[in-house]
Design a protein around this ligand. Structure first.
Ligand code: ATP
Length: 283
């Protein structure tokens, strides 16, 4: 039998006050005792479970009986694996129930509004899973590290973000925040691969090298995010990402956990099933 979780991912990965970003072992696989081959076996089965629950969320939204939603927030340095989660984990579900948004440098129009304006516009409708590939947290990460606004401006954003997420949760959105951590060495290896393979050039951005020099400042900014915005209603999960198979498995489990927490059932038929069967047989 394939090795499985010794500790539930939503417990073992949850950020705890006092946890230090500098101490994260990015090559570890907390709570999972197996190796890559075990993970692949487990993942195949759990991906199906995820897809089933995600479809149930969509079915309930579509039937109008339940307008709750789930928002997956992915934050991580370049090459941490955000794209892999989108493609392999969330992408295994029904695309009709998915709302994906990647957040890049704000456009001129976006910049003319409050920073949460573009975020609000991208929130998942009822019955959907929203995926934020980067998010409002860039406002206290890249913005803080590059001094894009004065400290007294970004400083107040932590509280503002907490209030915003409180509002989302109160409105029926389960917020799953995943902070993805890769080591500086593993990032170098992944960037080198992008430079060696023509099919990966599109992922390469020369600016990524400059960001590497700012690693300590990013570590500090991530620490502040975790310390100040991990709340009981919207906690952060800290996921080591040097092993791709581990982060995919972990995020799959976090999504299953979030969806199971909604305690859904399939929407009942709003028609007489037997009568319809008879009518169909006679048609
Ligand atoms: P990624 O680097 O996520 O793979 P990408 O290279 O395709 O994505 P985009 O998605 O277009 O690039 O943009 C990502 C970049 O935008 C990141 O460098 C990120 O730090 C930056 N960014 C995101 N939000 C903001 C923001 N609010 N202010 C400034 N820069 C931001």
């Amino acid at each position: 039998m394939a090795a499985t979780w010794s500790h539930e991912p939503h417990k073992v990965l949850k950020f705890r006050p006092g946890d230090r970003v500098a101490d994260i072992d990015t090559d570890s696989s907390p709570g999972f005792s197996g190796d890559r081959a075990d993970a692949e076996t487990v993942l195949a089965e759990r991906t199906e479970r995820y897809a089933e629950l995600q479809e149930m969320l969509y079915a309930n939204g579509k039937s109008g009986r339940d307008q709750r939603s789930v928002l997956l927030v992915l934050q991580g340095m370049d090459t941490a694996g955000k794209g892999g989660i989108v493609k392999h984990v969330v992408g295994a579900g029904n695309p009709m129930g998915l709302r994906y948004t990647g957040f890049g440098v704000p456009t001129e129009e976006e910049r003319s509004h409050h920073y949460l304006w573009r975020i609000r516009k991208a929130l998942p409708p009822g019955g959907h899973i929203g995926v934020f590939d980067r998010s409002h947290y860039e406002e206290v990460l890249v913005v803080r590290v590059h001094n894009l606004v004065p400290p007294d401006v970004w400083e107040q954003r932590y509280d503002e973000i907490n209030a915003f997420e409180r509002e989302l949760v109160d409105a029926g959105t389960t917020v799953v925040k995943v902070a993805m951590f890769v080591s500086l060495d593993e990032q170098k290896r992944r960037l080198a691969e992008r430079l060696e393979r023509p099919d990966k050039y599109w992922k390469y951005n020369p600016g990524d090298i400059d960001e590497r020099k700012l690693w300590p400042a990013y570590q500090e900014a991530y620490q502040a995010v975790l310390d100040r915005t991990s709340t009981d209603y919207a906690p952060w999960f800290v996921v080591p990402c040097d092993k791709k198979w581990y982060n995919r498995l972990a995020v799959t489990e976090l999504l299953i956990w979030a969806l199971k927490g909604l305690e859904m059932t399939w929407p009942p038929a709003d028609f007489d099933v037997q009568a319809e069967q008879k009518k169909l047989a006679a048609s």
